[in-house]
Design a binder for this molecule. Sequence first.
Ligand code: HEM
Length: 134
Amino acid sequence: MSASKLCTEEEISNLVRAFYARVRQDEVLGPIFDAHIEDWDHHQHKLADFWSSILRCTGRFTGAPMPKHARLPGLNAELFRRWLALFRETTAAQPNKTMGEQARAAAERIAQSLWMGYQMSRNPAAVPTALADG
Ligand code: HEM
């Protein structure tokens, strides 16, 4: 299956909307996102571009996630694991299982890399730690 056949834009949009619906209801992550995101429609479109670039190789995303996350105060491994748990629940609930599985695997790799980058940018003298499984 070629990457562009993995899923449709509509499936990506549904994934993104379902994920942020969970995030916004989450008592820990919800307030963090609400404090930083003014325009949820814009954010969800940007994240649809992000996932479209990853899952459909469209190259549509032109953002810079590392510096955007590095400037968010107070992120920690537990928050990243919580984000991943919600993302896993969301992908598991999608009808397109192959897309769900690939999105989950990519999110886990990217979360690791954002967390490592976050630690190195905030505390360059310390040895960064990986996100534990689970
Ligand atoms: C604790 C976990 C996380 C929190 C609290 C968080 C929060 C946020 C917030 C508040 C923004 C908006 C920043 C801004 O526009 O200035 C953002 C942007 C973004 N996030 Fe996250 N995030 C988390 C983890 C992740 C992970 C694991 C991924 C990818 C798998 C991800 C992908 C993105 C992308 C692509 C953007 C847009 C970046 C851009 O505009 O260039 N985030 N995130």
